[in-house]
Design a binder for this molecule. Structure first.
Ligand code: SF4
Ligand code: SF4
Length: 92
């Protein structure tokens, strides 16, 4: 039962979350990040780091964002890993 990045992450990319992840399981999509479900160890370190509260344990994902469980699983497969904080890409 991994953690899931949900809709509020779209267009944020402050990426405060990635630096605290002990297993480097965040992957960078075009508009948001994804957590690889087979790599996340549920340490919860990333949850309080996210300023928009986009990260939830799979069991606690709000109903309207349940589809992000599948989206994280799919998108994390072919996105590049991200381990360092980046500038937001909103203006690029
Ligand atoms: S801090 Fe939150 S909104 Fe920003 S990239 Fe990480 S999960 Fe997404
Ligand atoms: S819960 Fe822990 S292992 Fe999972 S993505 Fe967040 S920081 Fe990484």
């Amino acid at each position: 039962m991994p953690h899931i990045v949900c809709e509020p992450c779209n267009n944020c990319k402050y990426t405060d979350c990635v630096v605290v992840c002990p297993v480097e399981c965040f992957y960078e999509g075009e508009t948001m990040l994804y957590i690889h479900p087979d790599e996340c160890i549920d340490c919860e370190a990333c949850v309080p780091e996210c300023p928009v509260e986009a990260i939830f344990h799979e069991d606690n994902v709000p109903d309207e964002w349940k589809n992000y469980i599948e989206i994280n699983a799919e998108k994390s497969q072919d996105a590049p890993v991200i381990t360092e904080k980046k500038e937001p890409l909103a203006d690029s």
